[in-house]
Design a protein around this ligand. Structure first.
Ligand code: FES
Length: 67
């Protein structure tokens, strides 16, 4: 699903940038080789980054629970 229409960034692009360490929208744009244009996607990118952080934090607990 497209999140940033100006730069054709999808939720997958943002999740991949988060996995590579992006914590802010600007870092997502940098990781994807683009820059903010209209800025209307910023809130949605922030929400996806927050979701990614929660999932990354939960992964070690899930692995430990499965052992
Ligand atoms: S929709 Fe992302 S910068 Fe415009």
């Amino acid at each position: 699903m497209y999140i940033c229409h100006c730069n054709a960034l999808t939720d997958t692009d943002i999740q991949q940038a988060a996995a590579q360490g992006a914590c802010r929208p600007r870092e997502v744009y940098d990781a994807c080789g683009c820059t903010a244009q209209c800025g209307s996607c910023t809130r949605r990118i922030l929400a996806l980054l927050q979701e990614a952080r929660i999932e990354q934090a939960a992964e070690p607990a899930l692995v430990a629970a499965m052992d």
